[in-house]
Design a protein around this ligand. Structure first.
Ligand code: B12
Length: 291
């Protein structure tokens, strides 16, 4: 809780960790484009509100889709949602989090179901589940959420994703194997990717997170999946790139490594596909190039 002389909100470093938009980029988006203008403390340090962090998340999704920051920075949050095709969404992620805070699971489930009915599975993940996890990170950082809430939320996300994963599809055909490497526990992104793959007719094998590379390769050699999906959220980008570059050449012919999560948005390794969103991944699965 901020004292009367302080300004409430998150410092810029925290916002960078949560959103995956670097500190320098956040400053330049503000200075050059007035994209998000957080309040300042007496000492001049930036303090971002939850709404401002949400806005940074929307701007990042647009920039990942190929919009220039100058063309979107001046628009209000509703317009940004419209550009992303998130119309009718309002603050659904925030409403689910309020329900989780009150441990009102029926309400949280009902809201998630409403969102799931409005969008394709990949769009639901990009527009509802991922922003909701981002907002949860803000509430955790400012003390409104405790570990208990984060675990309840992760469980709700898993259930939503499982509910949307078709049970009849993917009984034959190509496999997707999904997991994370040791040191990276955040596996919800690749779980969402497995749901998207299943809706595109792939068979999915989700392994427990943090699987050592040699064990992972044993699975890949045996199953021969078309796609090996890995998530990188907290691993430093340089380390992620090094480990991906070491792993990729060891995959059997016919298996493609697809990586996602904010830790690898700028990764460039020959033969490795970077999915910047689940809509991006869905386009790749159906053979359409990214925008
Ligand atoms: C849920 C969560 C957890 C859960 C994870 C549950 C699980 N099974 O995954 C639990 C409780 C276990 C957890 C643990 C920890 N967490 Co945590 N967690 C989060 C939270 C709320 C969401 C993370 C998440 O799932 N993101 C995944 C998706 C939704 O986001 P995305 O990366 O943008 O990915 C998108 C696309 O790129 C794509 N995608 C992602 N992966 C893939 C893969 C493929 C193949 C494809 C195609 C696409 C794709 O899908 C997404 C949707 O569009 C974040 C808050 C936040 N803002 O992210 C903190 C957060 C990531 N956690 C954090 C921390 C610090 C931790 C812990 C270290 C805490 C602790 N002290 O123990 C531990 C351990 C982490 C470790 N060793 O790796 C910090 C990280 C700070 C940093 N340094 O960067 C965050 C940012 C919260 C904060 N404090 O600010 N966490």
């Amino acid at each position: 809780m901020a004292s009367p002389n302080e300004v409430a909100g998150l410092p810029v470093g925290r916002v960078a960790e949560l959103t995956g938009v670097g500190i320098e980029t956040l400053r330049s988006w503000e200075r050059r484009h007035g994209a998000v203008t957080p309040k300042r403390t007496k000492g001049g340090a930036r303090r971002y509100t939850e709404q401002e962090v949400t806005r940074v998340g929307l701007l990042k999704r647009l920039v990942d889709q190929g919009w220039s920051i100058s063309s979107v920075a001046g628009r209000d949050t509703t317009e940004l949602q419209e550009l992303l095709g998130d119309r009718l969404l309002g603050d659904l992620p925030g409403a689910v989090l309020d329900a989780v805070l009150a441990f009102d699971l029926d309400e949280a489930e009902a809201l998630l179901l409403r969102g799931a009915r409005q969008f394709s599975p990949e769009h639901f993940s990009d527009a509802v589940l991922a922003p909701m996890l981002l907002q949860a990170g803000v509430r955790w950082a400012d003390g409104r959420f405790r570990v208990a809430h984060e675990h309840v939320l992760s469980s709700l996300v898993r259930r939503s994703v499982q509910r949307l994963t078709p049970v009849t599809a993917g009984r034959s055909g190509e496999w997707l194997v999904g997991t994370t490497l040791p040191g990276e526990r955040h596996a919800l992104g690749v779980l969402m990717a497995s749901m998207v793959a299943a809706t595109h007719g792939r068979r999915v094998l989700m392994l427990e997170p943090e699987l050592p590379e040699d064990e992972l390769l044993a699975v890949v050699e045996g199953v021969r999946p078309r796609v090996l999906g890995l998530s990188f959220v907290t691993m430093r980008p340089a380390e992620a790139e090094e480990r991906v570059a070491a792993l990729a050449p060891r995959l059997p012919k016919g298996s493609t490594l697809v990586v996602g999560g904010r830790g690898v948005h700028d990764l460039a390794v020959d033969g490795v596909v970077v999915a910047r969103s689940l809509q991006d991944f869905a386009r790749w699965l159906s053979g359409r190039p990214s925008r």
